[in-house]
Design a protein around this ligand. Sequence first.
Ligand code: FE2
Length: 430
Amino acid sequence: MLALINPALYNKSLIYNYSFRLPNILLFATNNIDMIHADNVDPKKHLAKMGAWSMEAPKKVLVVDDEDRNLRLMEAMLIPLGYKVYLAANGEAALSGVKDNPPDVILLDIMMPKMDGFEVTRRIKSDEETRFIPIVMVTALKDVEDRVRALEAGADDFLTKPVDKVELRARVRSLLKVKAYNDHMKSYQRQLEQEVAHRTEQLEQAFKRINMASLETIFILSRAAEHKDEDTGSHIRRMANYSAAVARKMGLPDRTVEAILYAAPMHDVGKIGIPDGILLKPARLTYEECEIMKTHTTIGGHILTTSLPGFLQFGKVIAMTHHEKWDGGGYPLGLKGKKIPLAGRIVAIADVFDALTSKRPYKEPFSLEKSYGIISEGRGTHFDPDVVDAFFAIEEEILSIKGRYKDEEESIFLQTVRRSSSAGACPVLP
Ligand SMILES: [Fe+2]
């Protein structure tokens, strides 16, 4: 198919509106005849380059007027300008059209039966989705008061009836620029929000991975510190989770619960400073040896001294106070009652419960009943009564943790070293 188009005769809007008639092969008549072949050049791109084609979809203009004659008149003026024109004969139809197929600009009559232009404007401008659509009030009213009312309702511009074609084109074009800018800004804002959400998600994931790595590092280092004393790493995992569960039950904030979970495994890190002759003694400890053994609390506090806030400082507090007793009979400072930091009071019960219910070289695990009995007896003497109550209130969770972290096989190292049934036993230590 072949066509000859002279832009002097066909303005660009006409070409646009009848774009579906573009031939496969087009001869475009200008001062310089230019031949375009569809296989080589996209005719649309070529026309756009010539300024006779808009690559964008046609802008949508909604005309609202209760008089059919006015609607047709506006339509006849707008279509040649290249706009896609929608018509609405009343306010309700206009609102429905705006919702279903948002236009780029609205030409709105003021004086209409039932819902007038002021009300239509107010409704469109009060909706977050449609408030950026420019509205031109088309009115015969010249009264300043009416114009002020229209502006207050949210109108963006005015056209006076009878509408002048040149003025209409200028107003619509100008408001479309504003609309395009607003659309661009909205799209940019959406992109920014998506980007921020994406980056936040990435940061949260990275933070989680770092936290997991930190926790695992703590477990491994704590296990190394306890390697010669405890036979498995499950003890520190269990008692850390018991401690966090009790802390949560006591209503402590999530961040504190997490800090206790991270810090509790380090409670006995000071044992690294206890001589092997005492730590691994294959017989009951003497009084003097027990006193040295007790210093694992202060050694741990010294090791964990840091100026950084966070769970390491919690670790220091726990290392220093997990052997304090509610009645003041504990060590190293003999603190009493609430003078013992809560984290220390919580870890104390978790540590003792796990020691009672676990196998040790010098004892078989105690039954749950016997262990619960010992904890109950210690309520108000060894342990903070509130912590004991919280512990028993989450018995199911405690047992679930106990089941999740079972003891591993005792290491060959410990099997070799601990030949005596009383090895490492110290009456003041759990
Ligand atoms: Fe300890």
